[in-house]
Ligand binder design. Sequence first.
Ligand code: FES
Length: 162
Amino acid sequence: MTEMPVWRRDFPYEAEAEDDVTRREFVRFLSLGSGAFAVSTVGVAALTSARGEQEAGEQQVVALDALRVGEPHLFRYPTSKDPALLLLRPDGRLAAYSQKCTHLGCVVYLDEEGEELVCPCHEGGFSADTGDVIFGPPERPLPRISVEVRDGTVWATGVDHG
Ligand code: FES
């Protein structure tokens, strides 16, 4: 006959089905659960990353002769969920940026003078020439979208998150 453990003598109560889950089984369950969670987290991160790279390819934006100084052309890049704008600057250069403010993600717009991209949420402002912060709470410039003109058409070719 096996000897009764000390704790059992000190605590002689029995709960219903107390032997159903041993400490070892509980630890095994926790280990497997944590492992499965870690593996799925890595999988989701890899999938998200791979999808982002696939969608950030080259994209036709607009005919160059349709652009006017002071009138931003709105488009979506690098995915259909990413608002972006293309500007024809007074010196003839093209500049394209993500339209999402780098503070908390509100959409920026070109001011009446055509010099600043303004965020209405917390009065942030970015240079329309460079995308750099010129006032307000944002600390990072707007992501710059690389553009090229091919046969009279503007193409977006990549994003620089600076
Ligand atoms: S979200 Fe643009 S300044 Fe806050």
